[in-house]
Design a binder for this molecule. Structure first.
Ligand SMILES: C[S@@+](CC[C@H](N)C(=O)[O-])C[C@H]1O[C@@H](n2cnc3c(N)ncnc32)[C@H](O)[C@@H]1O
Length: 274
């Protein structure tokens, strides 16, 4: 994630309209780059999501902030019955236009996940899984989603989310590279510098280099990210921190995440409704 400071206040209708406008504008670019899943998704996210979501044929799933629907289609291929929502009409159009070769059905809808009433209208304690993949850092408010989950999930149902790692992959993090000679060998060392963590921050940044317009990010520390869900009675049940190794993702620039195998760029979290 690369980001500039500033940007609008993190709450309110204007911010949500701006989030929608920007994702509508970036949608065609996003769809062309993401396709059926980029390296981040295939290598880092999917194995962790597969373990934590544990999709079985017939599972009822709500995919929140589905983007171009790549994860919805993956789940439908495993027989899931998916309702997939996004705030951006263009993302939903792109998702629909890609079709569905899976056995499960996908019902795409334009819904703002910060509208708790609209979320609650999507189901009544009938979802096995609610997933929000790489989107909560794009959402100005996550409390409405947390508030809707006890109503949406079955008893024992799972809420699985992934985000850019709040401790390591934030806007004003700096990547560093040093070179030294030690014992006759040339040593390259890659690291990151962190200057801020606890203060939530809103700003503009890029999910993918070359996108038409920077998007809004809403960075939160772990306590603010998980806290709203714990406050609604969900229980933290699993957490994964995947990272790249060189062999999995080669050919990128020096600051590509494959040069930082000991620093996870993402977290994937599962909470349960008990
Ligand atoms: C980084 S994309 C991730 C898309 C998808 N989950 C995936 O993994 O490919 C973030 C998505 O969040 C959506 N989004 C942002 N705020 C939202 C909100 N309040 N309600 C629903 N979708 C939202 C954007 O339109 C965008 O499609």
């Amino acid at each position: 994630m690369a980001m500039n400071s500033g940007g609008p206040d993190a709450s309110g209708k204007d911010v949500r309209s701006e989030v929608r406008r920007i994702w509508n504008r970036n949608s065609a670019f996003w769809d062309s780059k993401m396709g059926e899943g980029n390296a981040f998704h295939r290598v880092l996210l999917l194995p962790a999501l597969e373990r934590l979501m544990d999709i079985t044929p017939g599972a009822r799933v709500l995919d929140v902030a589905c983007g171009n629907g790549q994860l919805s289609r993956w789940m439908a291929q495993r027989g899931a019955q998916v309702i997939a929502i996004d705030i951006s009409e263009k993302q939903i159009e792109a998702a629909r236009s890609r079709g569905n070769s899976g056995e499960g059905k996908i019902d795409y809808r334009v819904v703002d996940a910060s509208d708790q009433e609209a979320l609650a209208g999507l189901g009544n304690r009938n979802f096995d899984v609610v997933v929000c993949n790489m989107a909560m850092m794009d959402m100005p408010e996550i409390e409405p989603l947390a508030g809707a989950l006890p109503h949406l999930l079955k008893q024992g149902g799972r809420f699985v989310f992934s985000v850019t790692h709040p401790c390591f992959n934030m806007s004003d993090m700096r990547r560093t590279a040093t070179e030294s000679e030690e014992g006759g060998a040339l040593i390259e060392t890659y690291g990151i510098e962190i200057r801020r963590y606890l203060t939530p921050r809103t700003g503009l940044g890029f999910a993918m280099l070359g996108q038409p317009e920077p998007q809004l990010y809403f960075e939160r520390p772990l306590s603010a990210l998980v806290g709203p869900f714990l406050a609604k009675g969900l229980v933290l049940n699993a957490l994964e921190e995947p990272s790249f190794t060189v062999s999995e993702h080669s050919g990128a620039k020096w600051y590509g995440w494959e040069n930082f195998p000991d620093i996870p760029p993402l977290i994937v979290v599962r909470l349960l409704k008990l």
